[in-house]
Design a binder for this molecule. Structure first.
Ligand SMILES: [Zn+2]
Ligand SMILES: [Zn+2]
Length: 266
């Protein structure tokens, strides 16, 4: 056996150990500020999408937000995307102690197709930011490969899958942005990131109570306004090519903003 395959087996073994440990104990080992291993409770970050909408929107329990972007290989978002994302968060969230976005490269997983369980396992292996006293943490993974739920006319670009977790299928986004007349990479990334975080904020009717009737029930937790960021076509490549005619990033419509404001947001 060569060194490379031995290393791979050791990595796989480590992944399996940490997964079973995570699911049983809801703990993870992270580094403290001095680089020493420290066990933390992860249960507050393993709830369902929308369960932390109020905690994210209001300053009641958490006055600060930290977003940890984990990216495979060179699949990090553009700096303009991160600016747009931060602007979106600042506009809607009450976080008087601030909003911080940090980035870290993770090992290339090398899979062609990922299920949500695969994504959960990757998060459980690599995530290092969890809720801690007055700070709420969100994890965003930018991954290679594609989603296992894709169809011929629906290439999913992002999924919100836990109360403080979303995944962006960055390789799929790059393939769409490379098509002729397609919106820029930054535009596609920004729409999908903001849209997925919109789900974490409880939109639509999923953790944040609707103030007016605007849920597109046929398409799940989405908004009936086809100009709104939370319209259902905003998370597939095919949908976005149709939606983004002017190349500008859709914002939340008045109904979605009203919902967020009624649940502690701005
Ligand atoms: Zn959506
Ligand atoms: Zn809306």
């Amino acid at each position: 056996m060569n060194n490379k395959s031995l290393k791979l087996i050791l990595i796989l073994f480590a992944v399996i150990i940490s997964c079973s440990k995570d699911s049983e104990n809801n703990t993870a080992i992270i580094e403290d500020e001095n680089g020493n291993p420290m066990e933390v409770d992860t249960s507050e970050n393993k709830k369902n999408v929308g369960d932390s909408a109020n905690d994210l929107l209001s300053s009641g329990s958490f006055e600060k937000l930290v977003v940890e972007i984990l990216y495979v290989g060179e699949l990090n978002p553009t700096s303009a995307t991160l600016d747009n994302f931060e602007e979106f968060l600042e506009a809607r969230l009450n976080k008087p102690q601030g909003i911080e976005i940090v980035q870290r490269q993770i090992e290339n997983e090398g899979q062609e197709v990922y299920s949500i369980q695969d994504i959960r396992n990757i998060e459980d292996t690599h995530r290092s930011k969890f809720n801690d006293q007055g700070t709420i943490a969100v994890s965003g993974i930018f991954i290679d490969g594609e989603y296992d739920q894709n169809t011929d006319n629906g290439s999913v670009l992002g999924v919100a899958y836990r109360n403080t977790s979303f995944v962006i299928f960055e390789q799929t986004i790059k393939e769409f942005s490379d098509q002729p007349l397609a919106p820029s990479l930054t535009t596609l990334e920004s729409v999908v990131v903001n849209h997925e975080v919109g789900h974490l904020l409880g939109l639509v009717n999923a953790g944040t109570t609707m103030q007016t009737d605007h849920q597109d029930i046929e398409h799940g937790r989405h908004c009936t306004d086809d100009n709104c960021l939370m319209f259902w076509t905003a998370e597939t490549g095919e949908g976005l090519l149709n939606m983004l005619t002017g190349g500008s990033i859709p914002s939340l419509d008045a109904s979605c903003i009203l919902d967020l404001q009624a649940n502690g947001g701005k």
